[in-house]
Design a protein around this ligand. Structure first.
Ligand code: UD1
Ligand code: CA
Length: 469
């Protein structure tokens, strides 16, 4: 088998993005563009992958980690110059080399594989991946001779009017004979409109030497979309979004409005789950089967079991076990762990807390830094008071307990199993199992208060006078 190498070009600043963030790190469906490129290349069983870094080198390394080797291009003198930096790692190897840019996030592993096959079948030293588009502006154009053979690639800025009219574009992806590639790179110059060493000039070098240059035209131009500015970023994100949503639908997920459902690349969803319009599922999120994720919910880096209902809620860094439910309008902050069958109702915030099996936290409640057992009822408007202004403290509530509405449970404190808290209590001391705590002022009724209180009487008089007028 022929060895397969890849070089990913990712050293540019991306001036046209007008951003502090380096271009190849801009996310498309939650994943940096260059990560998309690497992920699809990796699927081709590669022998070695080299990424050329420059601007934002450390951040790119932090993103891609050990998945690739790196070479640094200190000055961005063009795509040809960028590939040349990989010579120290790849120059003396036999095999074929795929080159892709870090700003073309939509290419699929299948397309790369087709390119390898085509390149080999043609016995070419260089094969450029091309696409047809009615809007070729900005791309390099493929210039073929009368026999249809690729002679060279002309950049937009160097193109004559006739050349600019060509609708076959360079996708920026190529396959080369590895040794020929590094040999030929020494033969290009920067005599062009941008004063750069163009990788694309290699085609002409090979052509003049009588070597076979091939072009493989892919069917789907969209897949080759290069992102140079924010408009293209939005366009690429839309293509990726629909691609992701279609994959989930094919796998048995109902997506009511795929145009308006935002699912990041690595999200997993079980079959017969229904995703309503406007939902965002982000990062490392996993959703089980037969769930309903209601309109405008947002779920980030969280794990949701089977048969879970989420209604218009925000869930971050949390776990919801099977048959639990939440919402409308509730918020799970990081490290909320919602037990099987547990119910989180409306206007509830949970943070760093475990809610046991079948426990109910129905309305207007804050649970922070707490461990709640199973089958507990937490009444409306309960506050787990976890912060003294300096430190956070923990509360434990035993199984089958009942916390009356409007209570403050001031941590650190422990409530045993089957403990009761009377409504309106402020609990500052532990409650033993099976006991009830009442911690509020006793009710006092004032007999005949109205008749004795002059202000109230005066107000009544004014009201009566108005009525009679
Ligand atoms: C390039 C191609 C063009 C093609 C288009 C496809 C050249 C000369 N032109 O143009 O024919 O149609 O891609 O999207 O190759 N980079 C470096 N170091 C450099 C310059 C660039 O690493 O010195 C990297 C960039 O980070 C980027 C990639 O190479 O990821 C492409 O560079 P870019 O400037 O975007 O090239 P285009 O003008 O889009
Ligand atoms: Ca580009």
């Amino acid at each position: 088998m022929t060895s397969k190498y890849a070089v990913i070009l990712a050293a540019g600043q991306g001036t046209r993005m007008k951003s502090k963030l380096y271009k190849v790190l801009h996310p498309v469906c939650g994943k940096p563009m260059v990560d998309h490129v690497l992920t699809q290349i990796e699927k081709n069983d590669m022998d070695q992958i080299v990424t050329v870094i420059g601007h934002g080198a450390d951040m790119v390394k932090d993103t891609l980690k050990e998945r690739t080797n790196y070479v640094v291009q200190a000055q961005q003198l063009g795509t040809g110059h960028a590939v040349m930096q990989a010579e120290s790692l790849l120059g003396d190897k036999d095999g074929m080399t795929l080159i892709a840019c870090g700003d073309t996030p939509l290419f699929t592993a299948e397309t790369f594989s087709e390119l390898f096959q085509y390149h080999q079948s043609k016995g070419a030293v260089a094969t450029v991946l091309t696409a047809h588009t009615e809007a070729p502006f900005g791309y390099g154009r493929i210039i073929r001779n009368d026999l249809g053979i690729v002679e060279r690639i002309v950049e937009q800025k160097d193109a004559t009017k006739d050349e600019a009219a060509v609708k076959e574009i360079n996708t920026g992806v190529y396959c080369f004979n590895n040794r020929e590639l590094f040999e030929a790179l020494h033969k290009i110059n920067n005599d062009n409109a941008q004063g750069e060493y163009y990788l694309t000039d290699l085609m002409e070098v090979f052509q003049k030497e009588g070597k076979v240059v091939a072009a493989y035209q892919m069917k789907d131009f969209e897949e080759s979309m290069g992102v140079n500015d924010r408009v293209a970023l939005a366009n690429a994100s839309k293509v990726m979004r629909l691609r992701i949503n279609h994959t989930h639908m094919k796998n048995g997920v109902t997506i009511v409005d795929p145009e308006n459902t935002y699912i990041d690349s690595d999200v997993e969803i079980g079959s017969d789950t229904v995703i309503e319009p406007g939902v965002s599922l982000k990062g490392n999120t996993k959703i089980g089967s037969e769930c309903v994720i209601g309109s405008h919910s947002e779920i980030i880096d969280s794990s949701i079991g089977d048969h879970v209902n989420v209604t218009s809620s925000l869930i971050e860094g949390s776990v919801m076990h099977d048959n639990s439910d939440i919402g409308p309008y509730s918020h799970l902050r990081p490290q909320a762990n919602i037990g099987q069958g547990a119910h989180i109702g409306n206007f509830v915030e949970v943070k760093k807390a475990t809610i046991g099996e079948n426990t109910k936290v129905g309305h207007l409640t804050y649970v922070g830094d707490a461990t709640l057992g199973q089958e507990i009822n937490v009444g409306c408007g309960t506050v787990f008071v976890n912060y003294d202004g300096i430190n956070k403290h923990h509360t434990d509530v035993g199984d089958y307990s009942f916390i009356g509405s409007g209570s403050n449970v001031v941590a650190p404190v422990k409530l045993g199993d089957h403990a009761y808290v009377a409504a309106g209590s402020t609990i500052t001391q532990d409650v033993k199992p099976h006991d009830m705590a009442i911690a509020r002022g006793r009710q006092v009724n004032k007999d005949g208060y109205y008749d004795k209180y002059p202000v109230a009487k005066a107000a009544q008089k004014t009201a009566d006078a108005k009525k009679n007028n």
